[in-house]
Design a protein around this ligand. Structure first.
Ligand code: ZN
Length: 193
């Protein structure tokens, strides 16, 4: 497992719900949490580790010791969005890019946890922002898609640099071609979604 960077095609994949929680999925989640903490992130979606699952992990303290802040959301659904607030965001798949994004102020998030239990949470503040950012990933949406025109202009060069890096890695054979990536995602989807 590794974190894929923009413009990796899996980041644009719209994922389907998972069918079950089993030992294999628990292992995936454990590895995702490791990667999130390693890169000092506060959230990580399955797309970002090249997996086509509706699943994300979060810890807004980015501290593995703060277990009460560690959350796993499987097949999440956001309902009851209220208010609107702007705040700075970044993303482990878009390193060193930060920009303000407008999000709902409060949301209700329903999902399954790793025990297969349904959870319903009313979220606000940073927790609500991160959950909306991660939820977007599952639909193939990135925070750079939600920027104002002036912020888009401000990050343009940094995005071009990431694109050049991606194509360089691909030319060196470090990243499979689009068809190979799509075939692997379809295979994983057939198994688990
Ligand atoms: Zn992200």
């Amino acid at each position: 497992m590794r974190i894929v960077k923009y413009p990796h095609p899996t980041l644009r994949h719209k994922s389907k719900p998972l069918r079950r929680v089993d030992a294999e999925l628990k292992q995936v989640v454990a590895e995702m949490l490791e990667w999130m903490y390693r890169d000092r992130g506060i959230g990580l979606a399955a797309n970002q580790v090249d997996l086509p699952y509706r699943l994300f992990v979060m810890n807004i303290e980015s501290d593995p010791a703060a277990k009460d802040q560690e959350f796993v959301f499987i097949n999440p659904v956001i309902s009851r969005r209220t208010g609107s607030v702007e705040g700075e965001e970044g993303c482990l798949s878009l390193p060193e890019i930060f920009a303000p994004v407008r999000r709902s102020e409060k949301i209700v998030l329903s999902a399954y946890n790793l025990r297969g239990e349904e959870v319903n949470l009313e979220l606000s503040g940073l927790f609500a922002r991160v959950a909306q950012h991660e939820y977007d990933h599952l639909d193939g949406v990135l925070f750079i898609d939600r920027l104002s025109a002036s912020s888009q202009l401000a990050v343009k060069q940094a995005l071009s640099d990431l694109e050049a890096e991606f194509h360089g890695d691909r030319n060196r054979g470090q990243i499979p071609n689009d068809q190979q990536i799509a075939a692997r995602l379809a295979e994983l989807e057939a198994l688990r979604t």
